[in-house]
Design a protein around this ligand. Structure first.
Ligand SMILES: [Fe+2]
Length: 357
């Protein structure tokens, strides 16, 4: 049985990942989740890799993993005391869910489905095709949980039922949802994210739309945002653990630590990136269609964890969002140049700069 060793300089999560043998990729961005090389992962009975995205100095609290289920196969059953949000990148299949001593629920998913096995439920994923593999990406707070308890048995073999989250409601995985204030769609299973409602979100930039997503009464949550052609969003910053998956379109992001020069990251469909802790970040659409990004993140609105309230408040008012009037003029100049190469015009309204940043 795995037991983390003290005084090694390595976190309990890192030691667990090493023990299980799946690779662990640390970077700011991965170019295409569909093409990442995976390795055998015995605990799952399939192949996969951990992805810890962000800056190397970030505290290790969130980690994603990509997993592939071979054609006609299933993963081993599992349960754990960390939350996970699962997005199906390719394929179709089904998942069974049960609580300790309870009945078994089954629901079917496909490419574009988003769901979360309730915390500590026993669950098993099945590939529904005998010909094609299934590939999914999952965001977890496994590092935070492993680092806090550093007890494998407690985390991976715990009979506790979290009935506040899942109490065997018959329609739990029916795919129905409910809208809440704050542009939230709450559900436990979203059969296809393209069917979600979208809300106007011009706070972030002209023509922006979004929807916030709460699943299975987790602390983790998601959102999808859409940016029109020739338009860029305001920069903002927040804590670590937002993992952004590009669903549609291509472009680039600038990310920087306060007082430092930005770094540029180019992306396309199914790239995944994570703005580091408290780094400003700003996304730029270079395509001829709106971009869509799915963010899986470590905080939400149903059960907030605090510390995330300033990200849409202007830096002029002490917040964490840079208004267009306050940004470095080089940001817009660079975008105009890049758009020119694509034969696209800037559609952000003209700006009068209040000062040089
Ligand atoms: Fe952000």
């Amino acid at each position: 049985m795995f037991e983390p060793k003290p005084y090694t300089g390595k976190t309990a999560f890192e030691q667990w990942a090493e023990y299980e043998g799946a690779p662990l990729i640390r970077d700011f961005i991965v170019p295409d989740l569909r093409k990442i090389t995976l390795a055998p992962w015995d605990r799952l009975g399939a192949s996969g890799t951990w992805l810890v995205l962000g800056a190397p100095e970030d505290q290790l609290s969130m980690a994603a993993y990509v997993c592939e289920i071979p054609a006609g196969k299933s993963l081993k059953p599992q349960r754990h005391l960390y939350e996970e949000l699962i997005f199906i990148l390719r394929g179709s299949g089904a998942t069974t869910v049960s609580s300790e001593g309870g009945k078994t629920f089954t629901f079917e998913w496909k490419t574009g489905s988003l769901f979360s096995p309730p915390l500590n439920s026993r669950h098993q994923h099945f590939n529904g095709s005998g010909a094609e593999p299934v590939r999914y990406v999952s965001l977890t707070n496994a590092p935070a949980v492993f680092n806090m308890f550093h007890s494998y048995e407690f985390i991976m073999n715990n009979p506790h039922r979290f009935i506040e989250r899942f109490n065997e409601e018959e329609d739990y995985f029916s795919g129905k949802g409910q809208a809440h204030t704050g542009d939230v769609w709450e559900s436990n299973f979203i059969p296809d994210i393209v069917d979600l409602p979208f809300y106007e979100f011009s706070t972030k930039g002209p023509g922006m739309k979004h929807v916030e997503i709460e699943l299975s009464s987790n602390t983790l949550s998601g959102h999808i945002s859409e940016s029109p052609v020739g338009v860029y969003k305001k920069a903002h910053r927040h804590g670590p653990g937002a993992n952004i998956i590009v669903l549609k379109g291509h472009g680039y992001s600038l990310m920087w630590k306060e007082g430092q020069k930005w770094q540029r990251f180019d992306w396309g469909p199914m790239s995944m990136m994570s703005p580091p802790n408290r780094w400003f970040h700003q996304h730029f659409n270079l395509g001829r269609e709106p971009i869509r990004q799915l963010a899986l993140k470590g905080w939400g609105q149903k059960y907030p964890i605090g510390g995330w309230n300033e990200m849409f408040k202007s830096t002029e008012e002490g917040g964490d969002m840079i208004e267009f009037e306050d940004e470095d003029p080089a940001v817009r100049a660079m975008y105009v140049e890049e758009l020119k190469k694509e034969g696209i015009e800037l559609r952000n309204p003209p700006v009068s700069y209040r000062k040089r940043v």
